[in-house]
Design a protein around this ligand. Sequence first.
Ligand code: UD2
Ligand code: MN
Length: 346
Amino acid sequence: MGFCLSACKILWRTKYCVLPVLSLLVLAWIATFPGETVRSVLVSSATTQTLVKGDGLGDKLHSTTGARDDLNNPPQKVDCPKVSPLLQGAKNLSFDSSLTLNDVVTENEKVREGEYEPPDCAARQSVAILIPFRKRERHLVYFLHHLHPFLQRQQLHYAIYVINQAGNVTFNRAKLLNVGYLEALKDYSWDCFILHDVDLIPENDHNLYVCEDQPKHLMLARNSSRYKLMSPGNFGGVTALTREQFFQVNGFSNSYWGWGCEDDELYVRVKLQKMTIVRPPEDVARYTMLFHTRDKGNEINEDRGKLLRQTPQIWRKDGLNSCSYKTLSIDRLPLYVNVTVDIGKP
Ligand code: UD2
Ligand code: MN
């Protein structure tokens, strides 16, 4: 009994030393484990922490199997083939006067807000189609009716933007296309821009609506000129420039009010940058032009020749970087994005 009492007294007096000594002993024991074992102990304790922190299924999968990525990102699509198997070649186009915009909406249920992506493969380019527009509703119905299936057969990721000039002041095709470029880039970083008159319908889907390493002129012949080849200096109607090419030339001039020469001006800008023009094969780059007379408000621009001669001096300060406008509305309609814009006046 006396021995017990004195042993207890000793333990009581040394109680502050016993705990640290015990801890040191445990640590020395862990240090004798092989490296891998220690690491796995640390990892599993971290895993446990994650599991405790998150209460969703996602967190549990992340910390245990890493399978969360598979759940959130569907399997990557393979690239679409270089030549789409859906192409049909030359086509005789028809223009049924009873066709309505609603009919075209019904025909194109897979198009959402003017945008489409091939379901089975990853498109090789993302392409924004820009249409300068005012009061050509009938032409637009035919354009959408033909272009949506045409672009889908080419297996493109694309969207159609209609840039609608508000008011009745003189039309300015070039400035509308600058606005289209700037507005479309707010939606998506498009690789390629197709600058497209609303009244030109491509006849052959081998005329590919993609960009090349040089600016491309896609319209070489049209029915209204009995398919006579356009002169090599022509750059109007339908052209394709990458995001970078269009940026490099500072877009179009904003100063071409009324009809004429804004397309020639873009050509001069391209040449000033030492770029060349590429073209599809002649038998492929054919278009049907929908009939029209000169629109009211788009009279011939009498200053066009004088302006054109000034291009080398003005291209740096007149273009995308000086394009001021007021967006009045952006309507995401089923078959196209309608950007209505006040671009000012001459
Ligand atoms: C030629 C060019 C065109 C352009 C124009 C001169 C070709 C095949 N086409 O077309 O690219 O250079 O001359 O400016 O070389 N628009 C409207 N509403 C209007 C006026 C014009 O929507 O009131 C749009 C529409 O997209 C039309 C485009 O602007 O297709 C060009 O105007 P155009 O058709 O009157 O000119 P055009 O056929 O002489
Ligand atoms: Mn025209």
